[in-house]
Design a protein around this ligand. Sequence first.
Ligand SMILES: [Zn+2]
Length: 476
Amino acid sequence: MKRTFTFAMLLILSAGLFAQNPYPLVTDHYHLEISFDYRNETLQGNCRMTILNQSDSAITQIPLILYRLMKVNTLKTDDGIELDFHQSVVQYEDFTKLQVNHILVDYEIPPHGSRVIHIDYGGHLLGYTETGMRYITDRVSPEFTLIRMDAYAYPIISKPASAFLINNIRTHLFDYDIVVRVPDTLMVASGGRLQSKIPEADNTITYRYASKKPAWRIDIAIAPYNQLNSEVLDIFYLNDEESASRIAESGTDAMQQYTQWWGKLQSPEAVTIIETERNSGGQADELVILLPEESFSNISNFHNLYHELAHLWHVAIRESEGSSPRWEEGLADFSAYLLNETLFEDKAGLLKRAANHNLRRLKRDFDRNPALQSIPLMDYGNRRITNLSYVQPMVLFSVLYYWLGEEVFHQTLAGFYQQHINTGASTLDFVNYWKQMSPSIPLDTFFEDWMYTTRFTEFVMEGKELDEIVSHYSQN
Ligand SMILES: [Zn+2]
């Protein structure tokens, strides 16, 4: 799960090389109605988007992207007036294996004003595995249907460039409501709050969901699901009831422990876990976790689940320039190991073993590709090596944990969450927060070594163990 996700991020994170100011047009609300023709494997969608212009000047054209095999049929204003638009399937400028339907809508949005557009669209959905993003297996089928942002299965404001998309996708959160009609043998799973579930005369059911809180993505999965709800988790599972109960139990334990460490989540809503088709990648939004079958079933340890749940406490990191280095991945991995050894006695020492393993893994990577030794963590996003964002920062956080001690460590993460969860923050805000919380400790040098320069590579290349690195800092 992690690997496929990393690979996708790797491709998407070309962004920082072309850093720019956020694009002024953002979606403030989606109303999305979807139905399917399973025989022809097509989706029919009706999407009402409320679009804001956040700039001081009028904007006369709205750029949208949609899955490559989907077409816009009509595009109208809120008053039902047809809008002029142009659509064409194009390659991404910076990722030529990827094609999208690029739509340009002629509609003026006044400065700081908003407009509503109604888009009637539809077509096939066959994923994007051919681009190398193997986890985007999204498709329309009675066995399993997945509708995600990743495959642009609904219209998204963007130009056909991954740099553009990644720079703008999370700059403004939106509310959504979705209406999905399916045969009554199927169930619609979503991270939103179920509003209604109405059986129709033709053996179909119409599900209505509304976002629990503003989001940056809509995820809808449709299958013959079963449901299991605990106090903190809503689980949609395919067949494996035993795994679902085990996940409910360990997920609940995990949430309790994380809450004890980092405080209550600001949205006290249940977290939704949706089992998805094998190899479809794992993902966590603030309240929704997609777990592909291989992570969901036969779980021998709950690392991936713990990793995704830890992300629920992560502030959205946006840099003023360039791409995020994605150190949250290392933090989530660190948290999963720590939680594992906290909850299970037989896992004692796991965190240190994992950190030492990661140090050796880094050394192997650096030996094989010495150029990596000249890249500081801060540039992992810009240089598209976010596969290392699971590894290097995991060591960074392990050092901090053993150096500062459990209490200060968790208090700092808890405080940062409370302070920034609603606004987002930059890596610099994060580093400054650590320094502010432990003013008497030379964290300046530490973050210089591990975040902003490549001094950490000396520890790696000298084959130092975690304990030796911790004592290096605690004795200096
Ligand atoms: Zn992650």
